[in-house]
Write a protein that binds this ligand. Sequence first.
Ligand code: AMP
Length: 540
Amino acid sequence: MNGLMMDFPLTLDVILRRAETIFPTREIVTRLPDRSIHRYSYADLARRARRLAVALEGAGIRPGMRVATMCWNHSQHLEAYFGIPLAGAVLHTLNPRLGADDLAYIIENAGDSMLLVDESLLPVYEKIRDRVRFDQGVVVASAAKTANGMRTYDDLLASADPGAYVARRIDENDAAAMCYSSGTTGRPKGVVYSHRAMVLHSMGEAMVDSLALCEGDVLLPVVPMFHVNAWGLPHAAALVGATLVLPGPFLDPESLLDLYEKERVTISAGVPTVWLAILAALEKEPARWHLVPGMRMVVGGAACPPSLLPGFDKHGLRVIHAWGMTETTPLGSVGNVRKELRDLPEPMAYAVREKQGMPAAMVEVRARGETGLIAWDGKAMGELEIRGPWIARAYYNTPDGADRFTEDGWFKTGDIVSIDPNGYITITDRSKDLVKSGGEWISTVALEGALMGHPAVAEAAVIAVPHPKWQERPLAVVVLKPGASASEAELIGFLAPKFAEWQLPDAVEFIDAIPRTATGKFLKTALRERFRDYSFPAKA
Ligand code: AMP
């Protein structure tokens, strides 16, 4: 229709232009590997990101190609966040904590053309070097002038003519970034984020009833930039003009608390393991740090331990509980207290905040039980299904992922929930067979398969057991073949070459038979129940 407002593409370029025009001097602060602090501004970021886009084109990167990063949270990674999509290419963030098998698979499945890797993570690259190929080369970030003869990020930037940038016409539905999820079973699965999804997601995070991110904020994402784009927070910060503080490789509580204090951080985000350690450090030395009163701590990636809410309240700091997934960019729901519930007495108010919260604006949820969609009565349970402008509609290059989407286009989360009449979601269980340890997934199926390859093992099941520091750790439950013997140490040693060390079970329990369902599958719920109060033997 004539005069209709349309055709203004929602691309990351719009976010960057706003940051450099309206907030050119706002700072981006990075803690470097030598612990010194690097500072520059959104104007500097925009200039360097555009220069990176030119350099990538010069290096042979063409629209649609995937450029991988394996980096901590720092300003060069942030330049890649914008520079790669500005070149029309797709930022693919790799998780350096994954084992070599998974990394090699992910790089191959994504078809990455180039890798930008931190110097400190070169040992991880070395493990996969012979198994992967980057046609457009490997570039070392945060490195001195030369890194073992490899091309450095500064060299790459220097190769570009700063005046050569010409804004590319990008369709808002083009891919800007991708990240791999553990899915529910099987191999990791690629999720592709469009420019439009990421712009709308940034606005969704900034809304007052969401994380209320604003230009006066100083935001420090502890969540790594390789986990769902650090939960989309760097993009949201650039959109609103918030100061951004990036902690580099230093994620221990003291280093973080020092940065919070020094940079006057007002909002930070991470998984519960991080917050448990920070709270413990504050309890130990309450007078050591002077944080901004009312600082918000966004807790997500795993259920917020109830103790965190009163624990941080005591220090005048505010926990915000949020739920999300790689497939949901990730913001799905936020546990703010709505008007009707604000006068509740304390224990009940905490009970509200412990829930996973109400769906973010524009995100729709429903849950399906055995007999259909469940009532929102806070009691009935079913698998959470979700849809919205930043929710995945398919996995990348993964034909066997189609069963995670309903015929009418909703994503099946694998989380079992109840939903109350106010729209608050409570996660009660999950149907996916995984362990989430300190925010990182461990595939029980992969561990079981490997264990059952041991000549003494008849059957093996791996389950998640609650753990005070990591939320969950894997326990292997093993039935030995008649007459065979194997010790715990022998079985864990057998697994060690195939997995990253943190993915190995903390203990092995030997039992006579693994309980089964009517269809003969391992009844993991019964095992989880049996070992609910299990305490792992202290490590030497
Ligand atoms: P990921 O894709 O690695 O971000 O993992 C997403 C999954 O982590 C969800 O499907 C949940 O199982 C779990 N998760 C994330 N946030 C929460 C939360 N606030 N409470 C409980 N589980 C969560």
